[in-house]
Design a protein around this ligand. Sequence first.
Ligand SMILES: Nc1ncnc2c1ncn2[C@@H]1O[C@H](COP(=O)(O)OP(=O)(O)OP(=O)(O)O)[C@@H](O)[C@H]1O
Length: 452
Amino acid sequence: MTARTLLLVDDDPAILRGLKWSFDDCEVHTASDRESALAQVKAHRPAVVTLDLGLPPAPDDAVEGLRTLAEILALAPETKVIVVTGNEERAHAVRAIALGAYDFYQKPIDGHVLSLIVKRAFNVSDLEAENRRLQQARDPSFQGIVTGSDAMLALCRTVEKVAPTDIGVLLLGESGTGKELFARALHNLSPRRRAPFVAINCAAIPENLLESELFGHERGAFTGAVRQVKGKIELAQKGTLFLDEIGDMPMSLQVKLLRFLQERVIERVGGREQIAVDVRIVCATHQDLEANIHSGAFREDLFYRIGEMALTIPPLRDRDDDCILLARHLIDKFSADHGRRKLQLGPDAIAALRHHRWMGNVRELENRIKRAVILADGQSITAPNMGLSVPGGEVAEVSATLQQARDEAERKALSSALALSAGNLSAAAKILGVSRPTIYSLLKQHNVNLPS
Ligand SMILES: Nc1ncnc2c1ncn2[C@@H]1O[C@H](COP(=O)(O)OP(=O)(O)OP(=O)(O)O)[C@@H](O)[C@H]1O
């Protein structure tokens, strides 16, 4: 086992000499000012640093020491820094902790007590390193899809199975749930991955332009058509065409798209040539297409063509603790983008993330984390940094046991299922995917009454 690396920073050589003896089981480095301390951190990456706040050129105040602390943490955020202060300097110690110091110790130095504090800091550092290693090994990302939720993991497995086929996949889910991400995964895991992935949002393009966007046009086909332009279908040749918001496609184009899906040839607007195109079509919508069929806004035959397999992506609020997992992933991503050191989620932030309804799903979470990374002071992101309020009593919930959290979730799911099924136990059992006897025992266990 390699020795634990410790850096001692103090401007008094006698103290450094004395302390070195107390840590003879560590690889010890020393520094006597800010510059040499930073150089030692860069060179040896110590897990723990003891830092005297009174450093030259101003050994009588803590300015240089606090600056050194901030720079060490910016360079190596995982370092555990124990600041050493004079007896009367409690306020400096508190400032140091607010800046991210791990602990503080007040002079006069007792080698035995300090070595206990240092040992504990090494233990915490080891645990954190192990945690980081385990998190990396588990790699929560599949094709860029970060999730730990059972429903999402099952979806990822289905995508792996479906991707190599040419089956028409319809991705259903609220806005911002990751439909495009799944469409890309289907493409990347398919034999078409080396050919283009072309996406078009049917809701974002005016009806009169959508036809030529999809099918292309010949020169002179309409006023302003000064040259021949290939459409998205043709551009996706041999690859995948992702038709986002297919529910917004006008009827006239639905007919043309169906014809293309049946015959696999297109004609550009204003052209007569029949062009064979080999593409896989993946569609997505946040709309209820079956309701649109009933109201006459969507063709039933097209629905069955594009939706040979329909995959529903659950909203973020129904994905266990994905909001926390994703928040941490996004914090790392945006911190790196902004050259910021790694930030943590404060307890109020965790409570607020869990409590929020996430109507904008992952896109909303992305936006809130992006602003929080910019606004955060110190080492932690708070609920207000994300523009979220802390619900009353929620901070306490963070420390609730897992069993309490599960019970609460079970009780909520049960109540919603009963409300949705208007008290019909068979229907509620179906919604929850459990048997009727299980529903009875859950009602009893959670003391839930049937709605009248
Ligand atoms: N599980 C996830 N892991 C990581 N990033 C995600 C995940 N889900 C969504 N995102 C990110 O969230 C943003 C929104 O996702 P995407 O555009 O795929 O959603 P969408 O359902 O297609 O939205 P819309 O219906 O509004 O077009 C993207 O930046 C995407 O990378």
